[in-house]
Design a protein around this ligand. Structure first.
Ligand SMILES: Nc1nc2c(c(=O)[nH]1)N[C@H]1C(S)=C(S)[C@@H](COP(=O)(O)O)O[C@H]1N2
Ligand SMILES: [Mo]
Length: 364
């Protein structure tokens, strides 16, 4: 029997990471924080999240079906998609579960800390003209996206599927992407085709895309109506997870301790650097704290790669490091006025925890 609600407290752990969480974490890796040095994340350093298995795809036989409530269903080969108008866009992707493992009690799932993020240049063809060519019927309210990957989650056998409202799906920057950083998609990032919905959390960017279906009713499948819902109490209301909240990450300075990851550096001027993003609107301010979030000073903001409104912005801050132990933090504010909180607010799925990152540093 399929479950209709997000994970409940008996599935929430208070103690150490479990074997199942470790196994997920070993399959789905984060972006090493030192990779914040790159404005565009090299594909192999981009974070990865795969619910089931990477599907095997025979590209010669592969077609994208455009079906459902359309006048003219389409079957598009990779070649046909590649001969349509192409758009390249730097886009920051972040998993909605980023920050989950820092929540207490800890929702049991992929145990991300803070670095489930990456920025790539995605190349593809816009979705909207294809939907127009197929001819949407007047009663269409949502577009459903189906991946080739199949599995079982919470007892429910499913294809990986997510939908968008018609308004979102018709945005001109929603892409059917076949290239990442100028190369064909890697198997783990969705070869041969994935959806890119700039600004939204990762789950929306359906990989291994095989069908685009016009619907007259809102989609109520597992990854839409059960997972990716914010619920703070067992019977409380559910709010869908949509766009990324503002977040800033710091490239950890100095050298790390292998096991604790505490950073060591020498006294003197220490430039701090990082990147900040939001899916709600452009990041307009980043502040840095060297005392664990008690006092804040403005960082200098740089321009996003190719000035993309959907990619992270770099920031720098000159710190005069005196001997001692520090808790370094940064926090982003976006143009809608949203700022990162000091402390996480809990929800049962562990979604959109954008509480500030803390980097332990010893200057000696
Ligand atoms: N078909 C399919 N698409 C998917 C997923 C998946 O498991 N299957 N995972 C989603 C989630 S939760 C995230 S965070 C992003 C991760 O994209 P990446 O692995 O390319 O970074 O892909 C999304 N698209
Ligand atoms: Mo995700």
């Amino acid at each position: 029997m399929a479950r209709q609600t997000p994970p409940q407290p008996e599935e929430i752990a208070a103690g150490s990471i479990t074997f199942e969480e470790l196994r997920l974490a070993a399959r789905n890796h984060a972006m090493p924080l030192e990779a914040l040095r790159y404005p565009i994340t090299p594909a192999g350093l981009h974070y990865l999240l795969i619910h089931f298995d990477i599907p095997s795809v025979d590209v010669a036989g592969w077609r994208l079906s455009v079906d459902g409530l359309v006048e003219r269903p389409l079957e598009l080969s990779l070649e046909a998609l590649g001969s349509r108008p192409a758009v390249s866009l730097p886009v920051t992707l972040e998993c909605a579960g980023n920050g989950r493992a820092l929540l207490e009690p800890r929702p049991v799932s992929q145990p991300w800390i803070t670095e489930a993020v990456g920025t790539a240049i995605w190349t593809g063809t816009p979705l909207a003209p294809i939907l127009k060519e197929a001819g949407l019927r007047p009663d269409v309210v949502e577009i459903l996206f189906t991946g080739l990957d199949r599995g079982v989650q919470d007892g429910e056998t499913q294809d990986y599927q997510r939908s968008l409202t018609l308004d979102e799906a018709l945005r001109e920057d929603v892409l059917l992407a076949y290239a990442m950083n100028g190369e064909p998609l890697l198997p783990q990032h969705g070869f041969p085709l994935r959806l890119i919905v700039p600004g939204w959390y990762g789950m929306t960017h359906v990989k291994w895309l095989s069908r685009v279906t016009a619907l007259a009713e809102p989609f109520r499948g597992y990854q839409q109506a059960v997972a990716y819902q914010i619920q703070t109490t067992e019977d409380g209301p559910m709010t869908p997870v949509t766009r990324m909240l503002p977040r800033s990450l710091m490239e950890p300075p100095g050298i790390p301790d292998f096991f604790s990851r505490t950073r060591y550096l020498s006294p003197g001027p220490c430039p701090l650097r990082g990147r900040a993003w939001s899916g709600q609107g452009r990041v307009v301010q980043v502040e840095v704290s060297v005392d664990g979030g008690h006092s804040w000073r403005l960082a200098e903001l740089g321009e996003a790669p190719e000035a993309s409104p959907y990619a992270w912005r770099p920031w720098t801050f000159m710190w005069q490091a005196a001997p001692g132990a520090y808790d370094l933090c940064s926090r982003a504010t976006d143009e809608t006025g949203l700022t990162q909180p000091l402390d996480a607010s809990w929800n049962s799925g562990g979604f959109s925890n954008n509480a500030i990152q803390r980097v332990a540093v010893v200057v000696e």
